[in-house]
Design a protein around this ligand. Structure first.
Ligand SMILES: Cc1cc2nc3c(=O)[nH]c(=O)nc-3n(C[C@H](O)[C@H](O)[C@H](O)COP(=O)(O)OP(=O)(O)OC[C@H]3O[C@@H](n4cnc5c(N)ncnc54)[C@H](O)[C@@H]3O)c2cc1C
Ligand code: SF4
Length: 324
C-alpha cells in the first residue's frame, strides 16, 4: 500500500488538502487502498465530527447525519415505521459487522464493484482514464443496462441509495464554496466520456446529512434485492418502492432500481405511467417495460431486464395487496 498521512477533522471547515480524501467507516476506502486502486496522500478522518444524529425535521421528515452507522439507521424506530424501504435496503446490504462501521455518507459514495475497476493491474477508464473499458467485451454480467456509455458501464452498488432515490432524499454538503443541497438522484453522474468522476461533488465537499422528506404513504414501502447468494452479496438487480392505492387505483408511487445503472435509478417514467391506473400486476409490468424500454444490454446482462420487470411487479403487487 502507498504510504499516506492521516489527520482527524475537528471542525466542518477544516478543509481538504489536494490529494486528501475523507475517511468514514473505511469499509470501502481502505479496501481500495489495499488493492492499490485508491492512492490518497492523506486521509482526513471525519468520525469525530458531530454528524452522528438522526433528528426529526419541522415538516415531519428525518435528517440523518452523514456519520450515522448503517446498523443504527436500519434499527431506528422512526425509519422502520415511516420508511421501511430504507430499513430493509440497509439490512439487505453487506454483513452485521460491516453495517456497524459503514456510514450514511460513505455508503452513498462507495465505488463500483466492477471487477476491472477493483484490479489496479487492468485497464479501466474509471481508475485510469483513457485506458479503455475491458468490461464491454469481457465480464459484464453484473454491469449496467441503463445509463452507461461507450466509456463505462459500471453499476453503483449501494442498496441504501436505491431506497433514498425512491424516497426523494436530499443530500446536504458543505465545502470550500459553502453549503449546498443536492437531490440524491442528482448526486451520482452518468459516466459519459468522463467515468472517473462518480458524483457532482467537488474536491473538499463533505456530505453532512441526508434529509428524508415527509412522505406518509412511504409507511407502505418495500425493498427487494436479487443476488447470487442469499446473504452477504451485492445485488444483481433491486427495486425500492412505495405505493399509495385507493379504490384499486394507484394514487401515487415511488420506484427506483438498483444494480442496473451507474447511479441509483429513479424510475420516473414508470411512476408517471402508473399514476391513476388500476393497481394490477399487468399495469405494474407495463410500467416496468416503459422504464426499461431504453435499456442497452450487452451479451451477458440482458437477463436484468426480465429480472427487473418481475421484481417490480412482485414488490408493487405485494404493497397493493396490503391495502386490500
Ligand atoms: C464484503 C463487503 C460486502 C458488501 N456488501 C454490500 C451490499 O450488499 N450492499 C451495499 O450497499 N454495500 C455493501 N458493501 C459496501 C458497504 O456498504 C460500504 O463499504 C460502506 O457503506 C461504505 O461506508 P464507509 O463509511 O465505510 O465509507 P468509507 O470507506 O470510509 O468511504 C467511502 C467513500 O466515501 C467518502 N466519504 C465518506 N464519508 C464521506 C462524507 N461524509 N462526505 C464526503 N465523502 C465521504 C470517502 O472519501 C470514500 O471515497 C459491502 C462491503 C464489503 C466490504
Ligand atoms: S465498466 Fe467502467 S469501471 Fe468497469 S472496466 Fe469499464 S470503465 Fe472500468
Amino acid at each position: 500500500m502507498k504510504t499516506f498521512d492521516y489527520r482527524t477533522a475537528t471542525a466542518l471547515d477544516d478543509g481538504l488538502e489536494p490529494g486528501a480524501v475523507f475517511l468514514a467507516g473505511g469499509t470501502n476506502l481502505v479496501d481500495l487502498m489495499k488493492l492499490g486502486v485508491a492512492t490518497p496522500d492523506m486521509l482526513v478522518d471525519v468520525n469525530r465530527l458531530p454528524l452522528g444524529e438522526v433528528t426529526e425535521t419541522p415538516d415531519g421528515g428525518l435528517r440523518i447525519g452523514a456519520a450515522v452507522r448503517n446498523s443504527d439507521l436500519a434499527a431506528d424506530p422512526r425509519v422502520r415505521s415511516a420508511y421501511p424501504v430504507l430499513s430493509q435496503a440497509l439490512l439487505a446490504g453487506a454483513s452485521g459487522q460491516l453495517r456497524n462501521m459503514a456510514t450514511t455518507g460513505g455508503n452513498l459514495l462507495q465505488r463500483t464493484r466492477c471487477p476491472y475497476f477493483m484490479d489496479a493491474s487492468k485497464p479501466c477508464n474509471k481508475h485510469a482514464p483513457g485506458s479503455g473499458c475491458p468490461a464491454r467485451d469481457g465480464d459484464h454480467r453484473n454491469l449496467a443496462i441503463l445509463g452507461g456509455s461507450q466509456a463505462c458501464i459500471a453499476t453503483h452498488p449501494s442498496d441504501m441509495a436505491v431506497a433514498l432515490a425512491a424516497l426523494g432524499a436530499v443530500v446536504h454538503v458543505d465545502g470550500p464554496a459553502g453549503p449546498r443541497s443536492i437531490a440524491v438522484t442528482d448526486l451520482h453522474r452518468l459516466p459519459g466520456d468522463t467515468p472517473e468522476r462518480d458524483t457532482v461533488l467537488e474536491h473538499g465537499e463533505l456530505i453532512t446529512a441526508v434529509e428524508l422528506p415527509a412522505l406518509p404513504f412511504a409507511a407502505r414501502s418495500a425493498y427487494r434485492k436479487a443476488r447470487d447468494r442469499a446473504s452477504y452479496a451485492f445485488a444483481v438487480g433491486s427495486v425500492a418502492a412505495a405505493l399509495d392505492v385507493a379504490d384499486g387505483e394507484v394514487r401515487d408511487v415511488r420506484l427506483a432500481f438498483g444494480a442496473v445503472a451507474p447511479k441509483p435509478w429513479r424510475a420516473f417514467t414508470a411512476e408517471q405511467q402508473l399514476r391513476g391506473r388500476p393497481a394490477t400486476k399487468e399495469e405494474f409490468l407495463a410500467a416496468a417495460d416503459a422504464e426499461l424500454a431504453g435499456a442497452q444490454p450487452l451479451r451477458d446482462n440482458a437477463y436484468k431486464i426480465s429480472l427487473l420487470r418481475n421484481l417490480t411487479a412482485a414488490v408493487l403487487a405485494r404493497l397493493a395487496e396490503e391495502v386490500r
